[in-house]
Each structure stands twice: as C-alpha cells, then as structure tokens.
Design a protein around this ligand. Structure first.
Ligand SMILES: [Fe+2]
Ligand SMILES: [Fe+2]
Length: 244
C-alpha cells in the first residue's frame, strides 16, 4: 500500500508497473528525495486521488468505490481523458508497431497475416469509436451535470433533458475493450504457427497483457466509480428540481 509519506522514487522503483500512470498526472521521473505528497503538491496533483488510483492499479483485488467517490467528477474526468490519450498516443501505436514487425519477419501465410492485421484494425476502429463516444458525449454531459448541480437555479432545459436521459443508457452499452485483446493473444499463443523471433513475440504478448490490465482498471473507474456517482447526482438534481 502506497502512502503519502513514502519517497516517490522508491515507490516507482519498487512498482515499475506504475510508470504508465505517471504521465496521466503530468509526473516525470527525476523525483529526487521528495515524498509522494511533495511531488503531487509540486505538480498540483491531488495527493489522495493519486494514491487511490495508484493503489487500485497495484492491487488486482481492489474494488474502486468509496475512496474515489470523495473526489469531484471533474478530477475523474481529467484522469479518464488523459488515460484515453495514453491509449491512443502511446499504448495502441506501440503494440501496433510491434505486431507489424512480428508479421513482417514471420513465415506466416498471407492469409494469416491478413487475419491478424484485419483483427487489429477492426479493434482499433472499435476502440476509437468507444473513446470518441465518451469524450464527445458522456464526459461533457458529466461535467455539465456537475456544473448544474452546483447552481442555485439549474437550467430548466437541462432538467428536462434529465427526465428522458440517464447515464444508465450509457452503462448498458458500455463494452469491455480488453476482451478482443485477449482473443488476439489467444490467436498468437494457440492458433498461429510458432514465430522465429520469439523475443519479439513475447514482447507483443507482454504489451497486450499490460494494455489489457490497464483497460480493466480503466473500465472499473468508469463502471464502478464514475457511473454510480453520476447516477446519484442525476437523482438528487431531479429531486431538488421537483421539490421547488
Ligand atoms: Fe474510457
Ligand atoms: Fe469506457
């Protein structure tokens, strides 16, 4: 369990799997002797929020909920958006480049190569559609809901919209992005003939495993923290509007 008093460099050194979350908070290694709290304060990061996210990331059994519900939706939306950026700018291009190299140097038939590249291209399309839907519709809605809840007189037009829309609609169709990556790993491990470049093959599988774990964590923040908080806020905004 990471605590605020611990030295940041030690925390990262002992838990290198936390490296991908650092850029989501604009943090870069080179921490010197500063504690977790001191690093966070120097970068205007909410220390408690960082600790919740980092501890959830490290503990597979951790179910985010209570701890994370202390933070504003705005803080959560920022984190979700920068995680999306990490996926689109770093994680997906990295795994894609490795898959291409693996295919190029392999003795796979053209049909097999197409199978893998088409699978990944389709996945990328679904992935981008998922993220675009969240960034263009869901997250702006969440921010607006939080803003309206803070107003003495919420906008009647927004209240009207709330009567016919709720976050549960999004919840129902919110699919899990890690599942297809599992199928891709299965394709490589089980069905395709062995690759000569074993090292690169392992690298691809490790990248896929890392991304899958990250996506599970990300969906947990959305499903188990964001959506219940939004649903709660919707009910209380509707109730207070009805009681006026
Ligand atoms: Fe997301
Ligand atoms: Fe999502």
């Amino acid at each position: 369990m990471i605590t605020r008093e611990r030295l940041m460099y030690r925390v990262i050194l002992e838990n290198l799997q936390l490296l991908p979350i650092l850029p989501r908070f604009n943090l870069k290694p080179g921490f010197g002797e500063l504690s977790v709290d001191e690093v966070c304060q120097a970068h205007e990061v909410n220390t408690d929020f960082f600790l919740e996210i980092a501890n959830a990331y490290l503990d597979e059994l951790y179910i985010p909920g209570e701890g994370l519900s202390l933070f504003s939706l705005d803080t959560m939306v920022n984190y979700i958006t920068s995680t999306h950026t990490y996926y689109t700018d770093i994680a997906l291009p990295t795994v894609e480049e490795k898959i291409h190299r693996l295919m190029e140097g392999s003795k796979l038939s053209e049909k097999e190569i197409h199978l893998v590249t088409n699978f990944f291209n389709d996945y990328k399309k679904d992935f981008m559609a998922h993220i675009t839907q969240e960034e263009e519709h869901i997250l702006p809605y969440v921010l607006e809901l939080e803003r309206q809840s803070g107003l003495e007189k919420p906008d009647p037009g927004f209240i009207q919209k709330l009567q016919s829309y709720s976050i549960s609609e999004f919840e129902k169709e919110h699919d899990r992005l890690e599942i297809s990556l599992k199928h891709l790993s299965e394709l490589i491990i089980k069905y395709l003939p062995p690759f000569d470049d074993l090292h690169l093959c392992h690298e691809v599988l490790n990248e896929l495993a890392g991304l899958m774990k990250d996506l599970v964590d990300h969906a947990d923040v959305e499903d188990k923290v964001l959506i219940p908080r939004v649903a709660e806020l919707e009910v209380s905004l509707l109730n207070s509007a009805n009681s006026v």
